[in-house]
Design a protein around this ligand. Structure first.
Ligand code: ZN
Length: 260
């Protein structure tokens, strides 16, 4: 089974953010232990013997909470180490997904959250279908969301999730309703938080430094990026996902996407 750990970045209701991001990592059940251990190792390297520290990327970057007394260079190094841990995780055991919604007067708030959830759910389901079709490897999936700003309203969808899944098309490989957990309690939701933050920095701040090392870990089919989508993107858009589509339409054999 693959567990898709998801977190958000950007406030869907705040007009000062242009983008809302839902992102995370699909982790094969037998690999979860190793991914969690890789993040524990990052903590042990920098804070040996310390009680578990929540790796929350926004707080780490801006030096809030626990991170207020940690020097910027050290915080930067820890973020890079987390990025390396994700980039180096067992290849088929960890696959990244992100849906970026470019907000507008027509799409914002709960609608933006729902659009991103629909997109990422479908893409995860397609990934599982492909594993079966291409590798004869039947795997089921489960969604695990970080408790956050939208989780209360998302809880309401959970009751209707199967009906929503049907409206969204044929979501056939998910085992159960989505679950919610605190990112403080599991390193794997901290991975999702890191991925969401890295994607948000690229799209909102034009800052690719956190996403670049992990860009190759987003789901791809025959080289084509499937795990990263930019919904309602401006035209033209030079982001990794939009550029991939443009280059493939012109040069299907050799798209030479400079991002990957
Ligand atoms: Zn784009």
């Amino acid at each position: 089974m693959y567990l898709l750990y998801l977190d958000e970045s950007g406030n869907p209701d705040d007009a000062s953010d242009q983008n809302f991001v839902l992102a995370g990592a699909a982790i094969f059940d037998r690999v979860t232990h190793f991914v969690s251990g890789a993040l524990d190792d990052v903590q042990t390297k920098h804070f040996p013997g310390h009680a578990p520290i929540d790796f929350h990327a926004t707080q780490m970057r801006s030096g809030q909470g626990f991170w207020r007394n940690v020097e910027k260079d050290k915080r930067t190094e820890i973020l890079q180490d987390i990025s390396s841990a994700i980039a180096g995780a067992q290849h088929r055991g960890v696959v990244l997904f992100a849906s970026v919604v470019r907000k507008s007067s027509a799409v914002y708030g709960e609608d933006a959250v729902k659009r991103a959830t629909e997109d990422i759910t479908k893409r995860f389901d397609s990934y599982l279908k492909r594993r079966y079709r291409e590798d004869n490897d039947p795997q089921r999936g489960l969604l695990i969301f970080a408790e956050g700003r939208f989780h209360e309203r998302a809880r309401l969808w959970v009751k209707d999730f199967r009906a929503l899944g049907t409206q969204w098309g044929t979501i056939s490989n998910l085992s159960d309703i989505p679950y919610f957990a605190s990112a403080k309690e599991t390193r794997l939701l901290q991975v999702a938080d890191f991925v969401a933050h890295a994607v948000f920095l690229l799209y909102e701040r034009n800052d690719p430094h956190l996403i670049k090392p992990i860009l190759g870990r987003f789901d791809r089919q025959g080289g084509e990026i499937r795990g990263l989508t930019h919904l309602f993107a401006p035209v033209p858009c030079g982001c990794p996902a939009c550029l991939d589509k443009q280059l493939r339409s012109k040069h299907p054999q050799n798209p030479a996407n400079p991002w990957i």
